[in-house]
Design a protein around this ligand. Structure first.
Ligand code: FAD
Ligand code: NAP
Length: 338
């Protein structure tokens, strides 16, 4: 087992924060992972499991052992009556997985194209975009339980997938390491394209019956045009979840701001666009120290270069306080802040 010490994580987090991992290793299979966990345990060190660092904000050096998941297996199973199973190791790059599935005529993931990160992190916040979520396809997750050392399969229900949420974010799930994800994908090419910006993009290209490859290309084009590329300006995508409020809270918001975008949920609550609240409160394009709020995307906090996780965390807390005061709505950070 190869362990690096005082290892820079600058290229392992999309904010580009220059923090050090006290110890760093990669694990490509269960035996390597068990060895790494035993190494940390024998030294009484904490362990941090890392994918591609696109949903992680490091505010300080990371104590203990950082294990980057490098499980790379990818299996396409023969179709059955309900679709076709695909099994991807935790270290498989998510966007590459989406491309491979399309090439093998396994459909559904095209709306989730160009989301950065690893397949193993995808269930952690149940990644979603353009009208789809991982939960639409996830049938099971292979995990290693750090408390017992057991390797087992959790089914879809056991993963407790919700809006940018899952078992793995809860106290009961924090010791579970995702080894691989099991998906059930369609073998018939019938993409979902009702999401407004996707539908508009297809419409303005004169396409009314797109195939999945076309949807993939349009999703990539919209994202490239709209979202800041972490290779050019450090960020972790949307910094806050869209808040879900009660009917009474929505009524109160609309009485002052009838134009506020809102989307009904099946439980009678309503999702409010966090980006709209932040823009309305005047934060869009705000800059302080070496960090700020993106000039075109109010939901995206950015590192202009040389900024720190601590600066981002302070800015995020100020935005949360301001939104609470102005709209009486609580914003919750989407990335993990460490
Ligand atoms: P990391 O940041 O490495 O890890 C995230 C969390 O998961 C950490 O707590 C980590 O400890 C834990 N973790 C990682 N791997 C494992 C594992 N194998 N087992 C157990 N725990 C693990 N998200 C969306 O949902 N939709 C989007 O459209 C979207 N767009 C984005 C656009 C940009 C430009 C960026 C930068 C981010 C975006 N995100 C989006 C957020 C991010 O891409 C996803 O959350 C992604 O799944 C994170 O993967 P990662 O491997 O980088 O996770
Ligand atoms: P957008 O289309 O401008 O919409 C703004 C917000 O309104 C979105 O966050 C979306 O919620 C919500 N919304 C829009 N239409 C909706 C509908 N018909 N039903 C329910 N909710 C609706 O968003 P955008 O910023 O360009 O992003 C496009 C998609 O990519 C979104 O799905 C977004 O979640 C995803 N994305 C996520 C991240 C991230 O880091 N998490 C980063 C970039 C983009 P939802 O977020 O629930 O879809």
């Amino acid at each position: 087992m190869q362990v690096s010490h005082n290892y820079s994580l600058k290229t392992h987090n999309t904010f580009g924060f220059d923090v050090l991992a006290e110890h760093f290793t990669r694990s490509a299979n269960v035996a390597e992972l068990q060895r790494a966990l035993a190494w940390a345990k024998s030294r009484q060190l904490p362990v941090f499991i890392l994918g591609a660092g696109s949903n992680s904000v490091f505010t300080a050096d990371v104590a203990g052992l950082v294990i980057q998941m490098d499980f790379r297996q990818l299996e396409f199973l023969a179709p059955n009556r309900t679709g076709a199973a695909v099994i991807a190791g935790a270290g498989v790059d998510w966007h590459w997985l989406v491309q491979q599935c399309l090439q093998k005529q396994r459909y559904g993931l095209e709306n989730l194209a160009l989301i950065p990160g690893s397949a193993g992190a995808a269930p952690i916040q149940n990644i979603g975009a353009y009208g789809r979520e991982l939960s639409d396809f996830l049938t099971a997750v292979e995990i290693l339980d750090r408390t017992t050392g057991d390797v087992r399969l959790l089914n879809h229900e056991q993963c407790l997938l919700g809006y940018r949420d899952s078992l793995f974010k809860s106290d009961q799930g924090r010791d579970l390491i995702v080894l691989a994800i099991h998906l059930n994908l369609a073998v018939q090419d019938k993409p979902l394209c009702h999401y407004a910006s996707l539908a508009q993009s297809l419409d303005s290209a004169g396409i009314d019956n797109p195939d999945s490859q076309t949807v993939f290309e349009h999703v990539c084009a919209i994202r490239r045009q709209k979202l800041p590329d972490p290779a050019e300006i450090g960020n972790a995508g949307s910094f806050f979840k869209n808040p879900v409020v009660s009917a009474d809270q929505l009524k109160s918001l609309l009485s002052n701001h009838p134009e506020a975008p809102h989307y009904p949920q099946h439980d009678g609550c309503h999702k409010i666009a966090a980006g709209w609240l932040i823009e309305k409160a005047g934060w869009k394009g705000y800059r302080r120290d070496r960090v700020g709020v993106h000039a075109d995307q109010a939901l995206v906090l950015v590192n202009h270069g040389g900024g720190s996780g601590q600066q981002i965390a302070t800015l995020a807390a100020d935005i949360q306080r301001d939104i609470e005061q102005k709209f009486h709505i609580t914003l919750e950070a989407e990335p993990g802040i460490y």
